[in-house]
Ligand binder design. Structure first.
Ligand code: HEC
Length: 98
């Protein structure tokens, strides 16, 4: 029983650490690749169609939309990490614009 509790505490620590951490460069690259393969046919490689809406969205909306886009039109089954990396990629695309 004691070991079980220790294991539970250990894994809950691992999970919360994962949620808090930033994306690694590898994950970011992967998001870029997914974007190029699955999103550019509608959005273009520069993220066309991310209108003024995009800048106005709060984190929660952006997260919801990105998730919907990945599951929906892109027909992916993204993991939590992949969704987060995609959001970062989208923000970076957007901030490249003038
Ligand atoms: C089949 C075409 C299609 C594909 C594929 C697609 N999208 Fe979209 N996306 C749209 C359309 C159309 C809108 C505008 C919806 C609206 O404004 O109501 C949109 C809106 C968005 C927005 C909100 C931007 C804004 O200004 O409203 C984001 C963010 C987004 N898409 C991300 C993605 C990502 C990431 C992918 C790939 C995983 C993707 N989309 C794939 C068609 C597509």
């Amino acid at each position: 029983m004691k070991y079980f509790i220790i294991i539970v505490i250990f894994f809950s620590g691992v999970i919360s650490a994962q949620q808090a951490r930033k994306n690694t460069p590898e994950e970011f690259k992967k998001a870029e690749l997914i974007f190029k393969q699955k999103c550019t046919r509608c959005h273009g490689s520069e993220g066309r169609a991310f209108g003024n809406n995009f800048a106005k969205m709060d984190k929660k909306e952006l997260r919801q939309l990105t998730e919907d886009m990945m599951f929906g039109p892109a027909r992916l089954k993204p993991t939590e990490t992949e969704i987060k990396a995609m959001i970062e990629y989208l923000i970076s695309l957007h901030s490249n614009k003038d």
